[in-house]
Ligand binder design. Structure first.
Ligand SMILES: [Zn+2]
Ligand SMILES: [Zn+2]
Length: 245
C-alpha cells in the first residue's frame, strides 16, 4: 500500500475511533447520570458536599472514554470493513447453548484480567503512578464508574477488543456483555446496594460482586479486588466479605 492508499484508511479508522469515543462517553453520561438521579431519590443527600470530587470523576471518566474508544472503534471498523474478529451475526453459526456460555467466558476472562491488574495497581509504585486517581473518590459515586488514570484506562480498554479476536461471540451477546460492564461499573460505585438482600446474601450472591463487595474495597483498599465474581478473591484469600453501603 503506498502513501496515497494509506491516508484514507487512517482517516477512516480515526473517524471510527472518534465515533466510538462519542458513543462510550454518551453511554457513561447516560448510565452514571441515570443512577445519580436514582441515588438522589433513594438516598437523598448521599452525594452532598461531593461536587468537587464528582467534577473530577467526570473529567477522568471522559478522558477514559477516549482511551476506550480508540481500540474499540478501530476493531469495530475492521470488523465492518474487513471481517476482522470472531464476532458473528448468524444465530445458527454455533449451538444455542454457546450463547450464554460465551457471555460467561467473556465476563470471567475480563474478571481475571481485572483482578490481577488491579492487584498490581495496588503495589505502592503503581498505586502512586495510576490507581490513586480511582481511590481519590472517597466515597465513590455513580460518576466514578470510569474514573481512572489513563494508564489504568488503557489496561481496561484492551480487554474486549482483544477477546473478540480469540473467542467467538454473537453480536447481541457482545452487546449484553457491554451492558453488564456498564451497569455494574456504575452501580458498584454509587454507594448503595441495588440488588435485593435475598440475592446478595444467597449462595449464588456469595460468588457475585455488587456494590456491597466493591464498596468494601474502597473502604479497606487491600482486599476485594474482583470485578464480577468473587472466585479469585476467594481462591487467593483476598475476600473480606461485604460492606453495608
Ligand atoms: Zn472502584
Ligand atoms: Zn483499587
Amino acid at each position: 500500500m503506498d502513501g496515497i492508499m494509506i491516508l484514507p484508511t487512517v482517516i477512516a479508522a480515526g473517524g471510527a475511533a472518534l465515533a466510538m469515543t462519542a458513543i462510550v462517553a454518551l453511554r457513561y453520561l447516560l448510565a452514571s447520570g441515570g443512577f445519580a438521579l436514582a441515588t438522589a431519590r433513594v438516598r437523598p443527600g448521599l452525594y452532598a458536599g461531593l461536587g468537587r470530587q464528582i467534577r473530577a470523576e467526570i473529567g477522568w471518566s471522559l478522558l477514559s472514554a477516549a482511551i476506550y474508544g480508540l481500540p474499540a472503534g478501530v476493531v469495530a471498523w475492521g470488523w465492518q470493513q474487513f471481517g476482522w474478529t470472531l464476532i458473528y451475526r448468524d444465530w445458527q453459526a454455533y449451538p444455542l447453548w454457546y450463547l450464554p456460555l460465551s457471555v460467561l467466558v467473556y465476563l470471567f476472562a475480563h474478571d481475571t484480567w481485572f483482578y490481577w491488574t488491579h492487584r498490581l495497581m495496588h503495589r505502592p509504585r503503581w498505586f502512586r503512578l495510576a490507581h490513586a486517581v480511582h481511590h481519590a473518590s472517597r466515597p465513590p459515586t455513580a460518576w466514578a464508574a470510569m474514573s481512572f488514570h489513563p494508564i489504568e484506562a488503557l489496561s481496561g480498554a484492551v480487554v474486549i477488543p482483544a477477546l473478540v479476536f480469540l473467542v467467538p461471540i454473537h453480536v447481541a451477546m457482545l452487546g449484553l456483555v457491554l451492558t453488564v460492564m456498564t451497569v455494574m461499573g456504575v452501580t458498584n460505585h454509587m454507594g448503595w446496594e441495588l440488588f435485593p438482600r435475598a440475592l446478595v446474601h444467597s449462595r449464588l450472591g456469595g460468588w457475585l460482586i455488587t456494590a456491597s463487595h466493591h464498596h468494601r474495597h474502597h473502604e479497606l483498599y487491600s482486599c476485594n479486588y474482583g470485578l464480577y465474581f468473587r472466585v479469585w478473591d476467594r481462591l487467593c484469600g483476598t475476600d473480606r466479605g461485604l460492606s453495608q453501603p
